[in-house]
Design a protein around this ligand. Sequence first.
Ligand code: PAF
Length: 284
Amino acid sequence: MKIIQSKDELSEIISQIKCSGKKIGFVPTMGYLHEGHLALMRESKKRSDVSVVSIFVNPAQFNDQKDFENYPKNTESDSEKCRNEGIDILFLPEADKFYPGGVPDIEMKIPHLMKNLCAVTRVGHFEGVLIVISNLFHIVQPDFAFFGKKDYQQYLIIKEFARSCGFGTEVSGLDTVREPDGLAMSSRNARLGQKERDSASLIPRAFRIAGDLILKGEKSPGILREIMSDVILSSPLNRIDYIEVLNPENLSGIESMKGDVLVAIAVFVGEVRLIDNMLFKIQE
Ligand code: PAF
């Protein structure tokens, strides 16, 4: 596995790979890799000739400086994991070299996908994600890029971004990988103490209860939200950022649950903000 820190060096290697006609798979990450990331790498290995992983805690996408500073890091163990997965190139840029002159003062928006959920409660977050993805896609020129559906809104935004800007990259979303109690794997879980971890397990519990209600024929998004909220708030450590019931295609709100329905939530467990979502198929 080649470990590369410089954009120019990576660009040169990518040009050679492109000339040889090989297909490039790309897994962009912010590190502190877990099984969810490894699943993305395995999919990249299956579908591409050359797999590239980037690890870069992108300052442009944090609206809270403390959150940025506290983001967990473990580059040595991450490199080992990438090596074990057979990754060909690990891109580890340094922030000041990645954004010479600081984070660019530019704002990219996809308004119809950025009017609710994290776009509203983390102002500027997706604009920052698009800045880094645009830079990374230009350097890596991936044929395929892989993202986890835990960040469902991010996945839809990046897919639409790649399509509408003509990157020629096929963006795939992979199912969320979960802990045995159902908690979605996230690098942020490492910041939970034992009490917070116990409270976090109320999130998958709320989804299980939502699933049961839907099976019993509940059609009201309001009732679903209310019951999930009661379950999550049964721990005083939990604070709800949002619980939304949406159309999974375009993230618009729905009056009554039918067909495919996305339930998306964000919860502060102590200081740590966790997100999760589930897709339900409602029987008519
Ligand atoms: O999902 C993440 O880890 C990040 O938002 C991403 C896509 C790597 C961009 O920094």
